[in-house]
Design a protein around this ligand. Structure first.
Ligand SMILES: Cc1ncc(COP(=O)(O)O)c(C=O)c1O
Length: 381
């Protein structure tokens, strides 16, 4: 029987709703709507979950990238970024005053290829922003680290997809000088809008909290020492964040279970490649990514909806950053170092499909999605 599988569901249980209602009353009674107890509590819980000394709550994942970049002083320098990411990654670098050097990815890991980093370094490159695509940390992380260390480049993790992802038992968010998380509604933990920066570096942490608050070192005094901005988080947002982070292990368990079920049904399907998650990794399963021949990818997407009522979530990513119109119009923002064909990223981008995976998606729905995909692949064969 035809089912309707939407892009996303955000189920809140009765208990969760009453927890949020109670928290809202507390906020109203406190007289503080922003940057107070809830924000501090959310930061403490998040730092504990990731395993860093510090976490700084901000108003988006994009600002959680821009703040560290500003703190690291990237103005006038260049940053290496994989072209296969959301535009927030290069936009944050550009707004922090850096130029962007795009790099290709590895088609196996979906992450920046370590050799690409070496090839793209210019005389003023100061850092790299690896992106843990779909929740998968690059299994080549040691190589990435080694190359960055020997070239004196910082690593800022874009962990927008990777709350709870791990490599060799180390969590995303602990792997570079700092990391950025997003709480956009589709993300593993969601607060509507919001972001978090994690770091173990005390002096950077101090810069982050200054920059977040219009450049004031002391929030109580109207003295501005840095070129900051309003990147603060509201108390209501933090309340949602606390509710989410308290159940993060449950969320991650459910996502993994859904991915395992897809794997079980889809393994050995002709004309379908599954994304491998090597043993030393734990994925957050922000996305469940599969690959089909590029000649049928868009047709499958259309037919999944038209024939079976299944809306497939967006790919990561179907339009590569280097080809975005805004960057074609503003060529001076980029430094084009090395081969500009980005072959692996293009291949991944044209062959991938992401299957629905979100809280509350039932086994019967996953089976339905997987069987509909198999049927279409068979029809197209
Ligand atoms: C890879 C990546 N980086 C950064 C961001 C930016 O996060 P936000 O939308 O919270 O600003 C996103 C969010 O979609 C993302 O997917």
């Amino acid at each position: 029987m035809r089912k309707k599988i939407p892009l996303l569901r955000l189920p809140y249980t009765k208990n969760e709703r009453s927890y949020i209602s109670r928290g809202l009353q507390e906020i109203l009674n406190s007289g503080f709507l922003t940057m107070s107890k809830k924000v501090t509590h959310f930061e403490e819980l998040f730092a504990k979950f990731i395993g860093t000394k510090f976490a700084v709550a901000v108003n988006s994942g994009t600002s959680a990238l821009e703040i560290p970049l500003r703190a690291l002083g990237v103005k006038g320098k260049s940053i290496i970024i994989p072209t296969n990411t959301f535009m927030a990654t290069p936009l944050a670098a550009l707004h922090a005053g850096a130029k962007v050097v795009f790099a290709d990815i590895s088609s196996e890991t979906l992450s920046i290829d370590p050799k690409e980093i070496e090839k793209r370094i210019t005389n003023n490159t100061v850092g790299v922003i690896p992106v843990h695509i779909g929740g998968i940390i690059s299994p080549q992380w040691r190589e990435i680290e080694k190359i960055c260390k020997s070239n004196n480049l910082f690593i800022l993790e874009d962990a927008a997809h990777a709350h709870g992802s791990e490599i060799n038992n180390k969590k995303a968010g602990t792997l570079g000088i700092a990391a950025s998380f997003s709480f956009y509604p589709t993300k593993i933990l969601n607060t509507g809008e919001g972001g978090m920066i994690t770091t173990n570096d005390k002096s950077l942490y101090k810069k982050f909290i200054t920059l977040r608050d219009h450049g004031k070192e002391n929030p109580k005094k109207n003295i501005h020492t840095d070129l900051g901005y309003n990147w603060r988080m509201a108390e209501i947002t933090a309340l949602f964040g606390i509710q989410q982070v308290k159940k993060v292990n449950k969320i991650l368990y459910e996502r993994k279970k859904q991915a395992d079920l897809y794997n079980k049904i889809l393994i050995n399907t002709p004309n379908l490649k599954l994304q491998e998650v090597p043993k030393q990794l734990k994925s957050s399963y922000y996305k469940y990514i599969v690959f089909v021949n590029k000649s049928i990818r868009d047709k499958i997407k259309t037919k999944m909806l038209k024939n079976f009522g299944i809306t497939l979530p967006g790919e990561v990513y179907n339009t590569l950053c280097h080809s975005q119109p805004v960057l074609k119009k503003n060529k001076n923002l980029l430094i084009k170092k090395g081969d500009q064909s980005f072959k692996n990223a293009k291949k991944i981008s044209s062959e991938q499909l992401c299957l629905p995976l979100y809280p509350g998606l039932k086994d019967v729905e996953i089976k339905y999605v997987a069987h509909c995909l198999k049927k279409l692949l068979n029809d197209f064969a």
